[in-house]
Design a protein around this ligand. Sequence first.
Ligand SMILES: Nc1ncnc2c1ncn2[C@@H]1O[C@H](COP(=O)(O)OP(=O)(O)OP(=O)(O)O)[C@@H](O)[C@H]1O
Length: 572
Amino acid sequence: MKDLSLVMKMMLKEKKDIFLSIFFGFLAGITAVSLFAASGYLISQAAFAPPIYTLMVLVASVKLLGISSAVSRYGERYFSHRGTFTILKNIRLKVYDRIEPLANRILQKYRSGDILARVVGDVESLQHFFLRVFYPPVVLAVVFIATVFFTMYLSVGVALTMIAGMAVVLLVFPSVFYLFQRKTAASMRERRGALSSAFTDYLYGFRELTIFQQAETKKQQLDQDMHHYEAMKAKENRQLAMREAMVIFFSFLVAVIVLVQAGFYVAEGNLAGTLLAVMFMIAITVFEDTPSMAVLPAHLEESKASSKRLIEVWDNETPSDTAEHELEADVPIQFDFKDVSIQYPNEKKAAVQHASFQIHPGENIAIVGPSGSGKSTLMQAMLTFAPIQSGQIDVNGKALSTLVPDSLWRQMNVSLQHNHFFYGSMYENLRFANNEAGEKACREALKKIQLSHFSLEDQVLEKGSNLSGGEKQRLALARLFLRDASVWLLDEPTSSLDAITEQDIMDEIEKATKYQTVVTIRHRLTGLENMDKIIVMNHGEIVEQGTYRELMKNEKGYFKAMKELENQQLAF
Ligand SMILES: Nc1ncnc2c1ncn2[C@@H]1O[C@H](COP(=O)(O)OP(=O)(O)OP(=O)(O)O)[C@@H](O)[C@H]1O
């Protein structure tokens, strides 16, 4: 039941639709039973040439019951589907609400294809819970109870046969099918997730796979996985059809037993002959909806597996419920790293160890160091994206972990190593940073980063695949000129640019950030003379920090050694 907690909670919010579905389902069922019973009685009575008004009353009742049954069935379908779609919408919103604050950690843990399979496929699967698992047995049971009471009035023996038959259909068949179902459902869901992951990998890496001549091998693998999944699905469908056929066969068997039994009672004179057809028709109709019991275990198991896979995504993650402080807007921001260590999940070594430093409002800070030394991780930590193991980052005296992240991000301008571009126009990709930016401001931003040759209508393809590396970097920087932010975080913002363009753009950034705090990760050690502070990283540790002059004064310092090495390389 714990596995189904998500869908149950959402379902119970729609009490009105649940009630109306059951109510109309009951009306539809009971009118159908009455319709067929009345038809049987009409046929039997007709053989005895009764007065015409008797036949007229019976025919009118049959017609009325026919219309009522159709209208009630419509009501049942309408409310059950309305309820299902509302439940589905609520589940989607709930899932989004739960994973959105954890998105960064979740995306590190799961493959994107798997996440996609869960938030689309598994959520979609949950629509069957209410529609196929929860309310059909309830309707079937109440219609049956009402019918059995009526039948008992005519013949207790026949009623007992029907009770025994229904017990088998409602209890024995679903339990047996459920046991067989459990194994296949879990592996089907996992296979679907794996397939989705393999497919996204194939799409993302298509270019590299082609260049390294691996596309065909990967495609064959994917084809194999797909065939395997299709075969499993086909097997499951065959099993479901088989089970449905078994339940239908059994229902007819019960109807035939009822017919024989009622015939026996008629022969013995314990039942009126005109009720023989009535008994048979009642038995046939009351078991009419029982095939849905054959597919119920499959849908129950599917709902459980899907709900479990969804809950699993956020279950062991600590939500940022502790985020209680809003960072005030327009107040200068100070960062205080206090002995911060950061270790990514499943990594043996910490990416950053015991980092302590301060960033004061308006400072211009550079973080330097060899590749893999933990520079980007420090920046990720400032954005709340890095898993802090020990120590604490304070922002204006309050622990970063207690801040509502939005209130921090609102005041930040960020250009990471890999920036995202959406399929759409250049204008849309720029306005993504600020919805209120007009055409004029966007053109000016393009001019500042020397992309004036692009028009705002030019198309940007998915992930910016029609732009060069340098153009992508510049477009990401252009967005920053459209946003008013007091802290700029730039992770190697100009690494793909030539030295002259780099200098021009850095000048523009400097002009735009006179009063702002700027933290820049640099590979090249040029242009650092005027920095307020340079943080030097190596193997995840801050090995030195200070101004350019202070660092260069330290004869045995790491920074000085790096700088001299770079100068030698430039001299060649
Ligand atoms: N998401 C992640 N999951 C696991 N390990 C990571 C992750 N991101 C970075 N690391 C590891 O953390 C260490 C520091 O990485 P980081 O990206 O901070 O270094 P960097 O100094 O910015 O490197 P570069 O200059 O090459 O960008 C590396 O050993 C890296 O493998």
